[in-house]
Ligand binder design. Sequence first.
Ligand code: SAH
Length: 257
Amino acid sequence: MNTGSVTLVGAGPGDPELLTIKAVRAIRAATVLLVDDLVGDGVLRYARRSARIVHVGKRGGCASTPQAFIEKLMAAEALKGERVVRLKGGDPFVFGRGGEEAEHLRAQGIAVEIVNGITAGLAATTALGVPLTHRAHAHGVMLVTGHARGDDASLHWPTLAAAAAQGLTLVIYMGVSTVHELQTGLLDALPPQTPVAVVQHASLPQQRQAVGTLGGLSTLVHQHGLGSPAIIVIGDVLRGLHHTLPAMQPMQQERAA
Ligand code: SAH
């Protein structure tokens, strides 16, 4: 049978140099590319000229393409024999519905390959020069979404804060629109001086970041006009940033004391 294939490719956080070699190979081989919003433009330079490129994000103010349509289109093109690449921001299996897409395709007997990408949470902390699991400060990391699915109970931030207080760095995706709510919940079990950082457009030339403390998190986001796409990082691993960050002087004093 002349069934094509679908490869879910992680396009990384935006900088095309952060693509894997495997991703570049898949993009070069693709005859059809379905491209998400958060995929950096530079990534598409590897597509062949004859490839059909379908943007399925919200760019240009259009409503985003419904997920069911994207899944149908991928399956239909693969069944026609096309080599379909689904380009997704960051890693295809870290938020962003890669799991749902793979299940849908496999249920129809279509082979799916996954190519990892550098997830935004990692790119954001690297952009800050901060190790996510510096052993002096953290035993691990929690990657969480600040934007729960409508039909899910939303995250219980005080519980997450209690885990973070045990030495787990919190990396929050899609959190800027609910920053006030998550800040309030986290303050339940974390001290207001806990370091926080917000990184928008990590790895891209327009990258911006701000650093402060949990007590001032939503003010920080609003003062700096930080919006989506952004990652919020919370935890003691950010303490290493004190020398670059005026907002963190209180912590320096604390340390010196
Ligand atoms: N699969 C993606 C995440 C998709 S969810 C990944 O692994 O990175 C979309 C969220 O990812 C955004 O709301 C934002 O929180 C984050 N994000 C994606 N690209 C980003 C970037 N370049 N800088 C900061 N955050 C980013």
